[in-house]
Design a protein. Structure first.
Length: 568
């Protein structure tokens, strides 16, 4: 019998649908009393502790989810990914970000060719180049060392590197390695972002790294041209060769832009933009800031999870477990969102990065075979570090909507602080919240408890917490480069698991195209109206009215306006 086109037509899916009724009769308050159950829902891998006992799930649920994974051919799909099959079928590409962090001796093939030697060729070049810049043997056009770097890129060419940079910035080893250096990012095409990125920097000591997989992204290319202008206005056009380098899969366009191809660092079409932080996209700017040895540790951390994902049985496979639980929450319990709550300020850019990885990957309504999905795929991801989030949106997750939460904690702080006379260290204070919140969500507070506390009757409904709100906790031993790599890979693979089960292509992103092409029509109109006074035409009433309002506020621009750079 031919396998059903959609996962929802399989028996395991139907069994899980029916099982929802069983779970609705349970409460986490009771489930948490079953220590056998809780024990079976804890897993320690390579120093990480995963506790998913606060999911609204039983051992029976897990069995059923494993059967769903079988029905979705999850193991085969993971193997297809690792063996370089073109699983990104709409773009006819392999999906091999795991090759970016494979050790030199690994063999990972795309189109019959082992890509690992190519990966290491670029990594070795980055190691050598970043050392030359850091040691001052590669200098700017005026002979000064380049101590500041602006990485220009957007989306996957920005969010991953920003997350890792933010996480490393307070790590003691990374701090030592970054002494006297700055790494900044320029992503938004908003000229304010240009102003912010160059404020206080001297072009003489600045290196711009233009990061774009395609080298056609409108925002990145305009920002790159703007920085090129900033550099050449101050130092002359010949300075570009010394002050601008590039990361791209499109080396022809890099050269056309005016960057010496010898100063370009390649990656490949089998690396999706949002999965590219372990390619030169992240490795180059991060190595310039922290040195390659620190970044290599990050790659090793990611690689350790790659191995867990590829070879561990599902019940000991962190990304698979997390992916299956997400499917359970979204597709069966009907909770469409997920909160990512790291109890570490160093992880403040983790949720923004995962938003792209998750929502650009799985925000789809069509199966990989082109069939309209009769169920919702994708999750709405958001998050903030604890405890800040507690004072912002936690009200909603405690008493409003049910939002499964990921609590991420760290055993050993990057920056220990303890004040004599205080009850606990500052990190213990933070972690008290990390341990308390999941129980508050799971157990809640009953009207009986409130009555016993003599809470006035009229306040009892307001102070009642229903509980039974699912979360999971991930405890990292510390937050060094290695652990940051582990965390990244866990989420990357979890999102792939979800896509594999939903039967979608998690590696394309056609949904970003329509807005881009409409923006290009607007761009043409703005140019025609400003330079030739042409009326707004071809837009609907609403857009025409707004465009006219926008245009009337500014005076006509001369046909050949002179260059204006931010006044900072
Ligand atoms: O937002 C769409 C997108 O194509 C992302 O997938 C990608 O990360 C981003 O734009 C940047 O693309 P590029 O690296 O080609 O500039």
């Amino acid at each position: 019998m031919a396998s059903p086109a959609l996962i929802c037509d399989t028996q395991p899916w139907k069994d899980l649908k029916a099982h929802v009724e069983d779970i609705k009769k349970t409460h986490l308050r009771d489930l948490m009393n079953d220590s056998e159950r809780c024990k079976s829902m804890m897993l320690e891998i390579d120093g990480l502790l995963l506790d998913y006992s606060r999911q609204c799930a039983t051992q029976d649920t897990m069995e059923k989810l494993f059967r769903l994974a079988e029905a979705a051919h999850l193991k085969q799909k993971i193997n297809s990914m690792y063996s370089g099959e073109h699983i990104n079928s709409t773009e006819n590409r392999s999906v091999l970000h795991v090759a970016l962090r494979a050790s030199r001796d690994k063999v990972i093939c795309s189109d019959g060719k082992n890509v690992v030697p190519d990966v290491w060729k670029v990594l070795d070049r980055i190691s050598e180049f970043s050392e030359r810049v850091r040691s001052g043997s590669w200098v700017g056009v005026t002979g000064k060392a380049l101590k500041d770097v602006i990485a220009v890129g957007i989306g996957g060419s920005f969010l991953g590197p920003l997350f890792v940079h933010t996480a490393l910035q307070t790590d003691p080893e990374a701090i030592q390695c970054a002494k006297g250096r700055q790494l900044r990012f320029l992503a938004n095409v908003d000229p304010i972002d240009v102003a912010k990125s160059i404020t206080g920097l001297n072009p003489e000591t600045t290196l711009a790294v233009v990061v774009s997989k395609t080298f056609t992204t409108a925002e990145t290319m305009l920002n790159a041209r703007t920085l090129r202008e900033w550099i050449s206005a101050a130092l002359g056009p010949q300075a570009v060769a010394k002050h601008m380098v590039a990361v791209s899969t499109n080396l022809t366009l890099v050269e056309k832009f005016g960057i010496d191809p010898n100063n370009a660092f390649a990656f490949w079409d089998w690396v999706g933009g949002r999965y590219s932080v372990c390619s030169a996209v992240g490795v180059l700017p991060l190595s310039l800031q922290y040195g390659f040895p620190v970044v290599e540790k990050f790659l090793k951390g990611a690689s350790s999870i790659d191995q867990n994902f590829h070879s561990a049985p599902f019940e000991k496979n962190i990304p698979v477990l997390l992916g299956l639980l997400s499917i359970w929450n979204v597709s069966f319990l009907g909770y469409p969102a997920r909160a990512i709550l790291p109890y570490s300020q160093a992880l403040e850019k983790f949720a923004p990065h995962i938003q792209q990885v998750s929502m650009e990957s799985n925000g789809k309504g069509i199966s990989i075979d082109g069939v309209q999905l009769p169920y919702e795929a994708g999750e709405i991801d958001f998050g903030e570090p604890g405890t800040n989030g507690q004072h912002s949106f936690y009200q909603l997750i405690h008493q409003g909507r049910v939002i499964p939460c990921d609590f991420i904690g760290v055993v050993k702080s990057q920056q220990p602080v303890y004040l004599k006379g205080e009850l606990v260290s500052n990190h213990d204070e933070l972690m008290s919240n990390f341990f308390a919140q999941p129980d508050a969500l799971a157990y809640g507070k009953t009207p009986e408890q409130l009555l016993n506390e003599n809470v006035p009757q009229h306040l009892i409904p307001h102070k009642t917490f229903s509980g039974n709100r699912p979360s999971l906790s991930l405890l990292l031993p510390s937050l060094n480069a290695y652990n940051i790599g582990q965390l990244l890979a866990i989420y990357e693979h979890r999102i792939a698991v979800e896509g594999f089960i939903w039967g979608i292509n998690s590696f394309d992103q056609w949904g970003v195209e329509l807005g881009k092409s409409l923006a290009s029509q607007v761009r043409k109109q703005l140019n025609a109206s400003r330079t030739k006074g042409e009326p707004v035409e071809g837009f609907n009433f609403s857009t025409t009215t707004m465009l006219n309002k926008y245009l009337e506020a500014k005076s006509r621009v001369p046909a050949n306006p002179t260059t204006v750079l931010p006044k900072v």
